[in-house]
Design a protein around this ligand. Structure first.
Ligand code: ASP
Ligand code: MG
Length: 473
């Protein structure tokens, strides 16, 4: 749709009545100039609260669940009171109470069962976004806009991987064109729930934590939007985490590939899957700060004019390294690696990096710490015979490591760069445990001892003059 703007507001940008007022103002400013679709996250910390409530219900913690339900209702009712008045307030209060009742009905089911089946959990957590969409749309209407809350389960069609679903772009595009487009053409401002969708046969799904960014990009691609703006609480994509380095800078422009690598390797600004639907249509994305909307933010585009080289460094502290090594010359390391990867692919554990070397064909995988248990269990069970017969050494786990990733288009073409990075890290006396340079050519992933991670990030940021270069660009 020509000049359509999709805008997504994250949890902090929806975190209170005041924040919702700002989000509504930003939406209306744009809607005066062009058609707009808004996508919202749940209010900050609400998804955590919903998940915590479900866990408490599983454990049979009645007081805990009741307390949480009260918090859930209070937080939204207080916001309603600050945003609305008169009949609009009554209507919104009724809406909030109905959604809280729906959540509480699922929670009771979970309490009785003693467990939360994944599809029930998805149906329950998606209520956070329904609550925030209700608040935003009510407030916009109260201010005279023609806004309507839309539940993305009517639009985004996904596979049935509950908790981490993948959109089916064909059917989603068809629904978006059929259901959303006429609203927009009619001058209505749709406020769509982020994070959720439904399977072809209507079962609720969610797109993974932080998935509202992904919802927004799915809709932007489906509606052939002109731009996507993602509103967060930071000034854009930065050269490094400002809590770790003294002089980080906002990058004016990054490529889709750089943004995706940064997100994947721990930068919090974007959900890693956000950019995939947009690349094909080359829809540009802006990452902007709703607390400082006058600042330009970062533009994510297919190509940038800046010279190639390392542009940003990210890190992940909560990771673990799983190492495996054949214990017998009779067994092929390659086959073993294949089996191990196969075992991991059957779990939801994601392999963040792989390295392999030496004539013994040892190899290691880096995984998130909270997925470690599942990963090791899958490896041990599918390789139980090899382990029992001594073809394979016991699986070794090191969870005292961290991952650092240096990202920039064209890095591979910069001779001596890897040397400089490694020297900078070793100058800090930080031990490098594993290195992986993907064939993507734009990321060097380095596994270091956990207690040296922050130091290593600072050293690499300084050595590559990332802050300075970004400020000069
Ligand atoms: N509310 C969801 C979460 O916290 C989705 C999002 O915020 O993007 O994960
Ligand atoms: Mg988010």
């Amino acid at each position: 749709m020509k000049n359509l703007l999709v805008m997504k507001f994250g949890g902090t940008s929806m975190g209170s009545a005041d924040r919702i007022k700002t989000a509504a103002r930003l939406s209306r400013e744009q809607q005066e100039q062009r058609p707009v679709v808004v996508v919202v996250s749940a209010m900050a910390k609400i998804t955590d609260l919903l998940l915590d409530t479900l866990r408490k219900a599983e454990r049979g913690d009645g007081d805990g669940t009741e307390g949480n339900l009260k918090q859930l209702a209070d937080r939204h009712l207080v916001a309603c009171g600050e945003l609305l008045s008169g009949p609009a307030l009554d209507e919104a209060v009724e809406g909030v109470e109905a959604l809280v009742a729906e959540f509480s009905r699922i929670v009771n089911g979970v309490r009785m069962l003693g467990e939360g089946p994944p599809r029930a959990v998805d149906e329950a957590v998606a209520i956070g976004e329904q609550l925030s969409a209700l608040l935003m749309a009510s407030y916009l209407r109260h201010k005279g806009a023609r806004a309507r809350a839309v539940n993305a389960r009517e639009i985004i069609v996904t596979d049935a991987v509950f908790g981490n679903a993948t959109p089916l772009m064909g059917p989603t595009g068809e629904k978006a064109q059929r259901l959303l487009r006429p609203l927009v053409q009619d001058g209505i401002l749709p406020v769509v729930t982020g994070f959720n969708g439904a399977t072809m046969d209507g079962r609720c799904t969610t797109l993974g934590r932080g998935g509202s960014d992904f919802s927004a990009s799915i809709l932007a691609a489906s509606l052939e939007a002109e731009e996507l703006w993602i509103w967060t609480d930071v000034d854009g994509i930065m050269t490094a985490d400002p809590r770790l380095v003294p002089d980080p800078a906002v990058l004016h422009e990054v490529t889709y590939r750089e943004a995706a690598e940064l997100a994947y390797n721990g930068a919090k600004v974007l959900h890693p899957r956000t950019l995939a639907p947009l690349a094909e249509r080359q829809i540009p994305v802006w990452s902007k700060n709703s607390f400082a909307p006058e600042k330009p933010g970062t533009k994510i585009v297919p190509e940038v004019k800046t010279p190639p080289g390392p542009r940003a460094v990210t890190s992940m502290a909560h990771v673990a390294l799983i190492s495996m090594e054949p214990d017998s010359a009779e067994i092929s390391g390659t086959r073993l690696m294949g089996r191990a990867l196969d075992a991991l692919s059957s779990t939801s554990a994601e392999v963040l990096a792989i390295t392999s070397s030496s004539y013994r064909q040892s190899f290691c995988f880096l995984v998130r710490k909270d997925e470690l248990g599942r990963a090791v269990e899958a490896l041990e069970s599918s390789l139980s015979l090899e382990l029992a017969h001594g073809y394979l050494k016991p699986i070794d786990v090191d969870d005292n490591v961290g991952l650092l990733a240096v990202v920039g288009e064209g890095m591979r073409g910069s001779p001596g760069l890897a040397g400089r990075i490694f020297t900078a890290i070793s100058r800090e006396k930080v031990n490098i445990i594993a290195i992986a340079q993907g064939s993507s050519e734009l990321t060097i992933a380095i596994v270091v001892a956990r207690d040296g991670l922050d130091k290593a990030v600072r050293a690499v940021h300084a050595e590559c003059k990332m802050g300075e270069l970004a400020r000069r660009a």
